[in-house]
Design a protein. Sequence first.
Length: 71
Amino acid sequence: MKRTTLEIQQIGASGAGLIIGTTRLTVSDLKQIVASAKGIVIIRGASNISTLDCQQIAASGKERVIFDFTS
């Protein structure tokens, strides 16, 4: 079952750690998810995101974001 951005935000806001992919989420979606998350957020497929966008996403997460550049 695919989750909406809002559902992912709500799950993260409850304190759960998240592993999310970049295939169907926009940079804006990722920023919103990371900003609302209370746990660690791992972003898979980060090679598809520009350096500037990665920096902006990281800034919204304050040390709670891990980028996976391996895939």
